[in-house]
Design a protein around this ligand. Structure first.
Ligand SMILES: CC(C)=CCC/C(C)=C/CC/C(C)=C/CC/C(C)=C/COP(=O)(O)OP(=O)(O)O
Length: 401
């Protein structure tokens, strides 16, 4: 059963009216349009006057994906967010005075704790952050820890007790972080990180909390566009949070939008991969993170999934889903190559490692019901030097022009 869980009709209608009555021209970029068009939309979106942006920002219930205006896909509204984030990249507006003196010692301890958490849960990524400048590295750890704590609200040991109210409180705490009023030590580390990197915007953080709300309310995805919105919120947002910290290579001639779009694509690719790996595990929790319309077209029923039937239909369906995830990895590569050299290693490591999970699903004969695809330790270790070599290559845009 599609669980929408909320009364969407009236706010959706209201927004639709607001949308239709919007005095500004609506610009939608479908498909791959030119840089100039993207730049002009970015400029518009930066002023928050773009109707698609306003709609998405003003309509948190739009996660229900039921009555959004038919002309605006979620992919399109996410694209508007990306353009806006890219337009903020040059932002240097200071946020608040950073802590000094005795407080600085407390902060050092907070960042050290963030590093320890990152080391414990994401070893390879942690190792690969060692080449980054200390200020960048610790900011990345603080972001990682905030994302992990957010995810734990719906996926951690206490998840059964997480209510919508708990997420509201978590979001208020986030406001405090961005206003320079952190709640605890780990929040203080993030507050300092976002003060040091003013191009880090609160929007992707709020969107991630919204992704957690989706997980509380929804266990089915009608179309890929709905699933895409989920992937953006729970993983693509990480890319948008971290790119301003990682920085673009000084030699890069690429548009900053390409880098942000690549970062989003890596999050989406990782999440799609995670979903494909965990189909069986999720089904046992009553969840199916696969587009229902595509399942129907392939002739696969929910009963097939709950019974874990690896049929020809399933194998061919999986081939299509894997190809789609690989296309996002490919787009991510274009962004990764343009990052600051010392920030590239962890990104390549994450990309190469996670992409290998797709190969393992294939090697398991597409049985992701009873087998969990994982990358053997030796292959994991081999990815690190490979990622390092990739990170040494200059940005393609630099050599192209
Ligand atoms: C490509 C460019 C330009 C920048 C990179 C920007 C970054 C760092 C993007 C990374 C996005 C990312 C790591 C998203 C998280 C995706 C994800 C599915 C994480 C899974 O986390 P766990 O649940 O801990 O994984 P396991 O279940 O595999 O342990």
């Amino acid at each position: 059963m599609l669980s929408t869980g909320r009364a969407v009709t009236s706010p959706a209608r209201a927004a639709q009216h607001r949308f239709m009555g919007a005095p500004r021209t609506v610009v939608f970029l479908a498909g791959d349009h030119g840089k100039r068009a993207a730049a002009s939309v970015a400029a518009r979106a930066a002023g928050s006057s773009h109707p698609a942006v306003c709609l998405e920002a003003a309509a948190p219930w739009s996660m229900d994906c039921v009555a959004a205006p038919a002309t605006v896909s979620h992919e399109e509204s996410v694209r508007q967010v990306v353009l806006k984030q890219a337009a903020l990249a040059a932002s240097t507006t200071p946020r608040k005075a950073r802590l000094a003196g005795r407080d600085a010692g407390v902060l050092d301890a907070a960042f050290a704790r963030c590093g320890a958490v990152c080391k414990e849960y994401a070893k390879t990524f942690y190792l690969a952050t060692q080449l980054m400048t200390p200020e960048r590295r610790r900011a990345i750890w603080a972001i990682y820890v905030w994302c992990r704590r957010t995810d734990e609200l719906v996926d951690g040991p206490n998840a059964a007790h997480t209510s919508a109210l708990a997420l509201d409180r978590w979001e208020s705490r986030l406001d405090g972080v961005f206003a320079g009023r952190p709640y605890d030590m780990l929040d203080a580390a993030l507050a300092d990180a976002v003060a040091a990197f003013p191009a880090v915007d609160e929007r992707p953080f709020r969107d991630m909390v919204q992704g957690m709300r989706m997980d509380l309310a929804k266990s089915r995805y009608a179309t890929f566009d709905e699933l895409y919105l989920y992937c953006y919120r729970v993983a693509g947002t990480v890319g948008l949070m971290t790119v301003p910290v990682m920085g673009v290579s000084p030699g890069s001639q690429a548009d900053v939008e390409t880098v942000y779009a690549g970062a989003l694509a890596l999050g989406v690719a990782n999440q799609l991969t995670n979903i494909l790996r965990d189909v069986g595990e999720d089904a046992r929790r009553g969840r199916i993170y696969l587009p229902q319309n595509e399942l129907a077209t392939a002739g696969i029923s929910e009963a097939d999934i709950f019974a874990g039937r690896v049929t020809d239909e399933w194998r061919s369906f999986m081939k299509g889903q894997i190809a789609r995830a690989r296309a996002y990895f490919q787009q991510a590569e274009q962004g990764a190559a343009e990052l600051n050299q010392e920030s590239r290693w962890p990104v390549w490591a994450s990309l190469l490692l996670y992409r290998q999970i797709l190969d393992e699903i294939e090697a398991n004969g597409y049985d992701n019901f009873s087998k969990r695809a994982y990358v053997p330790k030796a292959k994991k270790l081999a990815a690190l030097p490979k990622a390092y070599l990739r990170s040494l290559m200059p940005p393609p845009s630099q050599t192209r022009r």
